[in-house]
Design a protein around this ligand. Structure first.
Ligand SMILES: Cc1cc2nc3c(=O)[nH]c(=O)nc-3n(C[C@H](O)[C@H](O)[C@H](O)COP(=O)(O)OP(=O)(O)OC[C@H]3O[C@@H](n4cnc5c(N)ncnc54)[C@H](O)[C@@H]3O)c2cc1C
Length: 427
């Protein structure tokens, strides 16, 4: 059954115990008001409540309604850029600190799942399929650097033959195997975090869209029917931010990404396609990502658009991406197809910061948001609690506004994406 107020996704159809939270009505007081019920907001609220703060969380729709409840479920290691890139940008020390933080972020997911008994199909492993000749050799170099310089053994390059034994596509020329990455059911993880937050004392209000807030020492956060007065505000709206906070809207670009869930393939056929429940993505700039569900469907994400609104026929839009990698699935039906909005930044590094002494935000995870967003919430909670060390490491990453600002960023973006999509096709 599809729970009320959620898009028709495989995740919503397989959600375990969706709780209803009342809309905010009237006036209330809190130490912290968190805006947004995705991984950023939920983790901030949960950690703040555990630190002893009184917390109100306002979500415009339902818990996990945004990217967090619709995403691919692949939890990659490290930051969105690999350590070879972060080291070239920032040097070893800072790159190492960013890597260690990302490892803490994965550990935090494992810890939360265990501590709150969250039933979200957590599984290990990720395989990256290299689609382009000019990228050959990168996997071996990355695995060696991770082992030698980042104390992260276990990754390895896979030959074309080994890769094809694991994932039945002729598209991959070699592979990179990371046994320490994770996959999960993202909506069930979000719902589990919400349950834990509520148990810790967070007052959650769904269907409570924030229409604006004042920026005085004591902030007043307004919805259509209510108001929260709070000492601090956390902004966790990411790709769904809209015009709520113009000062940070210009550093992110909301983009739409699409997913399908095939009909169940049956155990034998599914495991012939991918030999386990780990995540897989390719090396394309506009990435294809996929994994098996516990009921042996292929969950596949591919294709993007850069305007408000999704294609009318999302099944038809994503299907060619599936068949390019897996032509053997031409007879397989698609049961669910959906889109979601995420936000990217110019340099694909996340954007954390503080706009006022009492207004905190994190956004722009650029497709690497499950671990980064849920850790962002924890780091914001630490910072509000007085320890800014780990928050500042992330907030110190360079951020840029998109050329053209919120009005004109799209034409430049579309040209840029077309350029990289073309590069994807050239060997
Ligand atoms: C199709 C898709 C696939 C993806 N796949 C992956 C993946 O495999 N791995 C990965 O790591 N990342 C992936 N991502 C990215 C990842 O999902 C996001 O980075 C992450 O979920 C962001 O979490 P968030 O809480 O910041 O934002 P969201 O989950 O988008 O939450 C923002 C919330 O804020 C609410 N909101 C907005 N405005 C207001 C307001 N005015 N008042 C109250 N509430 C408001 C929205 O309703 C929404 O629920 C994917 C994203 C998409 C769309």
């Amino acid at each position: 059954m599809l729970p009320d107020g959620y898009p028709d996704t495989y995740y919503a159809r397989t959600a375990t115990s969706v709780a209803e939270h009342p809309a905010l009505s009237g006036e209330t007081r809190a130490d912290v008001c968190v805006i947004g019920g995705g991984f950023t907001g939920l983790a901030a609220a949960l950690n703040l409540a555990e630190q002893g703060a009184s917390v109100v969380l306002l979500e415009a729709e339902r818990i996990g309604y945004g990217a967090s409840g619709r995403c691919g479920g692949l939890v990659g290691s490290g930051q969105r850029k690999d350590v070879l890139e972060t080291e070239a940008l920032f040097g070893y020390e800072r790159s190492r600190a960013l890597w260690d933080l990302a490892e803490d972020a994965k550990d935090e997911i494992r810890r939360r799942v265990a501590a709150h008994d969250i039933d979200c199909d957590l599984a290990d492993g990720q395989l990256v399929g290299v689609h382009k000749r000019s990228y050959l050799g990168h996997a071996a170099e990355l695995a060696a650097v991770l082992e030698e310089c980042y104390d992260y053994p276990g990754c390895r390059a896979l030959s074309a033959g080994e890769t094809r034994e694991r994932v039945a596509t002729r598209d991959f020329l070699e592979g990179f195997w990371d046994p320490g990455a994770l996959t999960l059911h993202p909506l069930n993880f979000a719902l589990g975090l919400a349950r834990a937050a509520e148990a810790a004392g967070v007052r959650i209000h769904e269907r409570s869209r924030v229409t604006g807030y004042t920026q005085a020492t004591l902030a007043e956060v307004s919805t259509v029917e209510g108001k929260v007065t709070a000492d601090a505000v956390v902004l966790g709206c990411n790709g769904y931010l809209g015009k709520l906070e113009k000062r940070v809207a210009g550093t992110i670009m909301p983009i739409n990404n699409f997913m399908v869930a095939t009909e169940p393939l049956g155990k034998r056929r599914a495991l012939e396609l991918i030999d386990g429940f780990y995540g897989v993505h390719d090396s394309r700039f506009i990435v294809n990502y996929f994994r098996l569900s516990p009921d042996y469907r292929l969950l596949f994400g591919g294709g993007e658009n850069y305007r408000a609104g999704f294609p009318k026929d999302i099944r038809g839009f994503v299907r060619p991406y599936v068949l390019k990698l897996f032509p053997q699935l031409s007879d397989v039906g698609i049961d669910y197809a959906w889109g979601g909005t995420l936000s990217i930044t110019v340099n694909r590094l996340p954007h954390f910061g503080r706009l006022e002494p009492n207004l905190w935000f994190a956004q722009g995870y650029s497709g690497h948001g499950i671990s980064t967003a849920s850790f962002a919430g924890k780091l914001i909670a630490e910072a509000i609690g007085g320890d800014r060390s780990r928050f500042d490491l992330m907030a110190g990453l360079p951020s840029q506004r998109f050329p053209g600002g919120t009005l004109l960023r799209y034409p430049g973006m579309v040209l840029g994406m077309l350029y990289y999509a073309l590069k994807d096709r050239i060997g």
